[in-house]
Design a protein around this ligand. Structure first.
Ligand code: MSP
Length: 514
């Protein structure tokens, strides 16, 4: 069976409702999935929820609910946000599902049989909010970083995975494949950690302390430690142990943020290695949204609720902003002013005006019928063609496959700006007054329609609703996105639909509620 493109997001904790951070990684994955589908690839896009662990148990208790009732309610919040954001995932895994529990127990048993697990007493620092043991090396200026929340010292007997036995293999694997963990600064961070001896991984919690988890099949007095449970979702969802697994595994990309780089870059590869499974092809960890100097997080209570922005600006503007502004290698400050500026400048002005002018002028000067492109060859035509070719090349070759969305969109906006300048340089309103310039006007209008169609296809993965509106206004059922057919997307005489503004401007003084 031919392997398809398989992309994942983290499975999110259900201790609270989703915020901008969760929405961001999910949107990034959705954009890649849509891009691949548009290119004709077979795609499996997985997202879901991490439903076990102490925090969920406590959150449910506080609300007087059973853990599962709490999870069901949170799952509905996540799913309704994904729907509002037009997320088209192919599967939504919840770690409380039997299919997942079965896979976790199968892997645990396999590693136990292979002598990869053992039991011993353990004392260490434990972060309740990150649900992981942390080491003093992770302190900053003698303090635990704020996203660890309260850190307490605990001692108990537990099960361990011989992770250290795979350290040399992992270091070599990382060195041999510079593109495996991206971006470069994350890879370097892992390589630096691997220069020191790594410890074995604690993979259990005593069931008396934590009831809400998957029992170890060989020692039911314990449940599986959350990371060992959670990471396995990436193989349980595509059907580990079934024939269809071959169709998807290994994953082409695990998309995460830098907070969970260590579990994905050290625990997961060593777990897979110990279980004799193939490695994911790429792990990509983007930066954080910050609020001022702090990470946006529920623990710090400084989160942005996506619904506030969706209600005001729509899903596409939100998706655009996240892809344009959130960075791969660095953190980004989130501000409403920046959102508004992007909305008004990039979407309402640059893109919205271009498409609107192009379609309106075909109506005004040619009765809505696209003219044949008889003319061309002026310096202005040539420069528009040059920028178009350049942008298409960068977009498809350099940026989209690498999930460099900020740069992909920057390139697309270079084309938008060039096309707006093309309108001003050629002043169709003047050409329309000069009967001798009729062929020239035909050429200019045809180039603008062509550019609008190309922009629709380049923007479709990012802004599917806007792309559909552009298609409807061009009276197309979809975009010719294959490399050969993007020029002259419609035959001469093709009747356009009515122009409707894509992004009505929003005034700065109406504050978004939070
Ligand atoms: N349940 C674990 C992941 C298990 S994956 C096998 C977990 N969940 S989480 O709810 O805390 O989600 C963390 C992820 O949410 C980050 O890696 C990132 O994808 C997203 N974000 C949460 N806050 C974020 C920011 N402030 N900025 C950007 N993305 C962030 O960890």
């Amino acid at each position: 069976m031919a392997k398809g493109f398989y992309i994942t997001t983290p499975i999110y904790y259900v201790n609270d409702r989703p915020h901008l951070g969760h929405a961001s990684t999910t949107i990034w994955a959705d954009v890649q999935a849509r891009y691949r589908r548009q290119r004709g690839e077979k795609v499996f896009f997985l997202t879901g929820l991490d439903e076990h662990g102490l925090k969920v148990q406590q959150a449910a208790q506080k609300r007087g609910l059973s853990p599962l009732a709490h999870c069901d309610e949170m799952a509905a919040h996540f799913q309704s946000l994904w729907k509002a954001l037009n997320i088209q995932s192919d599967d939504f895994i919840r770690t409380t599902e039997p299919r997942h529990q079965k896979a976790v127990q199968a892997i645990l048993q396999k590693l136990h049989d292979a002598g990869q697990l053992y039991r011993k007493p353990y004392r260490g620092w434990y972060s309740q909010s990150a649900e992981q043991f942390v080491t003093e090396k992770e302190m900053v200026d003698g303090k635990w970083p704020s996203h660890f929340g309260e850190v307490v010292e605990i001692e108990e007997e537990n099960w361990f995975f011989r992770m250290s036995a795979h350290q040399d293999w992992l270091r070599e694997r990382l060195r041999a494949d510079p593109r495996w963990i991206r971006p470069e600064n994350r890879r370097n961070h892992l390589l630096a950690l691997l220069d020191q001896p790594i410890e074995d991984l604690c993979i259990s919690r005593p069931a008396r302390r934590l009831a809400w988890g998957i029992p170890l099949p060989f020692d039911p007095a314990y449940v599986t430690y959350v990371w060992f449970d959670a990471l396995v979702n990436y193989i349980s969802a595509p059907g580990h142990g079934e024939a269809r697994f071959e169709e998807w595994w290994p994953a082409d990309c695990h998309l995460i943020a830098k907070d969970i780089l260590v579990p994905h870059g050290i625990y997961w590869p060593t777990m897979l290695h110990a279980a004799g499974l193939e490695q994911p092809r790429r792990i990509l960890a983007h930066g954080w949204w910050l609020m001022g100097r702090d990470k946006m997080s529920k623990t710090l209570g400084n989160v942005v609720n996506p619904h506030d922005y969706l209600a005001r600006f729509g899903a596409d503007a939100f998706r655009y902003f996240i892809c344009r502004e959130l960075l791969l290698a660095n953190d980004t400050d989130f501000t409403e002013e920046r959102f508004l500026a992007r909305f008004n400048a990039d979407l309402a002005n640059d893109l919205g005006n271009l498409v609107n002018r192009a379609i309106s002028m075909v109506h005004r000067y040619r009765g809505g019928a696209v003219p044949a492109a008889k003319d061309g060859g002026t310096p202005s035509d040539e420069d528009l063609a040059r920028v178009t070719t350049e942008v298409r090349g960068e977009y498809h070759r350099d940026f989209m496959p690498e999930i460099e969305y900020g740069r992909a969109l920057e390139a697309v906006w270079r084309l938008v700006a060039r096309a707006n300048r093309y309108v001003d340089e050629n002043a169709p309103w003047k050409l329309a007054k000069d009967p001798a310039a009729s062929a020239r006007l035909d050429g200019v209008l045809a180039r603008l329609v062509e550019t609008a169609a190309l922009l629709g296809s380049l923007l479709e993965p990012f802004m599917p609703e806007t792309a559909a509106k552009i298609a409807a206004q061009l009276n197309l059922s979809g975009f010719p996105c294959s490399d050969e057919r993007w020029r002259n997307p419609v035959a001469a005489g093709h009747a356009l639909g009515r122009p409707v503004p894509l992004f009505p401007r929003v005034a700065a003084d109406r504050k978004t509620a939070s």
